[in-house]
Design a protein around this ligand. Structure first.
Ligand code: FE
Length: 128
C-alpha cells in the first residue's frame, strides 16, 4: 500500500487514533474500549482495516491493555524499540505501518507471547 500523506491520516483518524497509530502513542491503562471486551469475532487495524487478531487469542493479562497471545499470520511487523529508556519490541500493522503496541515474552504457555495492544489502534468485527 502506498504511504498515505500525514495530512490524510489526520483527516481519516480521530485525534486519539492518530496519536497512537501515527505518533506511536500509548493510551492510559484500563481506559481503552477493548480492554475488557469479550465478544467473539476479530480485531482489525483502525488505520487500514487489515485483520490482526482473533478474539480467541485474547486473554486477561491484567496489564490494562487488550492482550493477545498471537496475531493472525503475516499481519504485523515487529521491531526493536529503544525509546523511553527501555528495550521493547514494537508491533506495527504490516499493511499501513501504524503503531499498535508492544509484544512481551511473558504471555500464556501456548505461545509465551503477550501482544499488548492499544484499543484505539483497533476496531472490532463481530463474528457472523
Ligand atoms: Fe493498518
Amino acid at each position: 500500500m502506498p504511504a498515505m500523506p500525514d495530512k490524510d491520516w489526520k483527516k481519516k483518524l480521530t485525534k486519539e487514533q492518530y496519536h497512537i497509530l501515527r505518533e506511536k502513542g500509548t493510551e492510559f491503562p484500563f481506559t481503552g474500549k477493548f480492554y475488557l471486551h469479550k465478544e467473539k469475532g476479530f480485531y482489525v487495524c483502525a488505520g487500514c482495516g487489515q485483520k490482526l487478531f482473533f478474539s480467541d487469542a485474547k486473554f486477561d493479562s491484567g496489564c490494562g491493555w487488550p492482550s493477545f497471545f498471537e496475531s493472525m499470520p503475516e499481519t504485523v511487523e515487529l521491531r526493536r524499540d529503544e525509546s523511553h529508556g527501555m528495550v521493547r519490541t514494537e508491533v506495527t500493522c504490516r499493511k499501513c505501518g501504524g503503531h499498535l503496541g508492544h509484544v512481551f515474552d511473558d504471555g500464556p504457555i501456548s505461545t509465551g507471547k503477550r501482544y499488548c495492544i492499544n484499543s484505539a489502534a483497533l476496531e472490532f468485527r463481530k463474528k457472523k
